[in-house]
Write a protein that binds this ligand. Structure first.
Ligand SMILES: [Zn+2]
Length: 168
């Protein structure tokens, strides 16, 4: 059975520890969630019971995640904690439990399975595109619109049908 790796959103949602499985997270995520007093005692108890283990991912895995995130334009959306859980999932060939959109997206691009905490999950890989508000055009890369020079905004492009379809 694949290792289950928890990101910060798993802890915010309440901890999905109903199953007798072992979970992993990273020291950075542990730091990120320290302020959630409500769950903190439970998190420590799980570590003591060896149900939750903190592991630091290897540098080469972190590098790989950063490279992929930059390539698909999600790098600015990810915290160091986010990057660390994706890297750990890669290292353990595990599955990430997350409701974080950017984490899911980068993980999927790296071939990592993601499981939703609360939401139904993203059935299709969502691509981020860059959009010029002035020209109403999409671009694959760049910081400024090549036509008018406006700073491009990130926008999600869903491949599934939407109630508010965007015409190109
Ligand atoms: Zn423009």
């Amino acid at each position: 059975m694949a290792s289950k790796i928890l990101d910060a959103t798993s802890f915010y949602a309440g901890i999905p520890f109903a199953l007798q499985e072992k979970y992993y997270t990273t020291p950075l995520i542990f730091e990120e969630i320290k302020h959630i007093k409500k769950h903190h005692g439970a998190v420590n108890a799980l570590i003591e019971l060896d149900r939750l283990e903190l592991l630091e991912p290897g540098k080469q895995f972190i590098e790989k995640v950063i490279q992929k995130a930059k390539q698909i334009g999600d790098f600015s959306e990810l915290s160091n904690g986010d990057i660390s859980v994706i890297a750990l999932s890669l290292q353990l060939s595990g599955e990430i439990i997350t409701d974080d959109f950017a984490v899911s997206n980068v993980a999927k691009q790296l071939g990592i399975k993601t499981l939703p905490v609360m939401t139904r999950g993203i059935s299709k890989i969502l691509q981020r595109s860059l959009y010029c508000i002035a020209c109403q055009k999409e671009f694959d890369s760049g910081k400024q619109c090549p036509i008018c020079g406006t700073i491009l905004k990130k926008r999600l492009t869903k491949s599934e049908s939407s109630s508010n379809p965007i015409s190109k």
